[in-house]
Design a binder for this molecule. Structure first.
Ligand SMILES: [Zn+2]
Length: 166
């Protein structure tokens, strides 16, 4: 069970564990605006049970660089690239470092692409240029608040009204 965090202006910011959310609330850094009373949280503070926060809003506006909003992940790269290989457009199940890691390539949105097993095996520690391959697109960090939530296994129904603009 996770909690949707809204920035002070009510724009979706992140999805965190309800336990972390509750700590923000107890420290007066956020306010609960939707909760699930049927699944109370116990053990956060002595014998008190709290309604499980489903949506919280931060008390103070937090400015976060766009690039840090969406942490890079294997699953995220595959999703961004719609599970198509960046080199041959076939179904991709792996990710590839465009500039190989062994040669200083970073774990970044700009250096990771979805890749099919065949291309990944052939490419090895070489660059697309050395292979004579071209990327079908220029890899970029995804943006937009929808991405914050899209990676979550089970977005909660009571998040919907806060995600309309996403
Ligand atoms: Zn391929």
């Amino acid at each position: 069970m996770r909690t949707l965090v809204l920035n002070a202006g009510y724009e979706p910011l992140a999805v965190i564990s309800f336990r972390r959310a509750l700590i923000l609330v107890l420290n007066h850094k956020a306010t609960v605006i939707a909760s699930d009373p049927e699944h109370p949280v116990v053990g956060v503070r002595e014998d008190v049970a709290f309604d499980r926060p489903s949506v919280i809003v931060l008390s103070r506006y937090v400015r976060i660089p766009q690039s840090r909003l969406v942490p890079v992940s294997r699953r995220g790269v595959l999703r961004r690239d719609a599970n198509r290989c960046a080199y041959c457009d076939r179904h991709a199940t792996t990710i590839d470092h465009v500039m190989p890691k062994s040669r200083g390539g970073q774990d970044s949105w700009e250096n990771l692409v979805a890749c099919c097993l065949a291309c990944n095996n052939i490419k090895g520690d070489r660059t697309p240029h050395e292979m004579g391959w071209t990327l079908r697109f220029r890899p970029k960090a995804p943006h937009g608040t929808a991405w914050i939530v899209r990676g979550v296994e089970r977005p909660q129904p009571d998040w919907d009204e806060y995600l309309v603009a996403a």
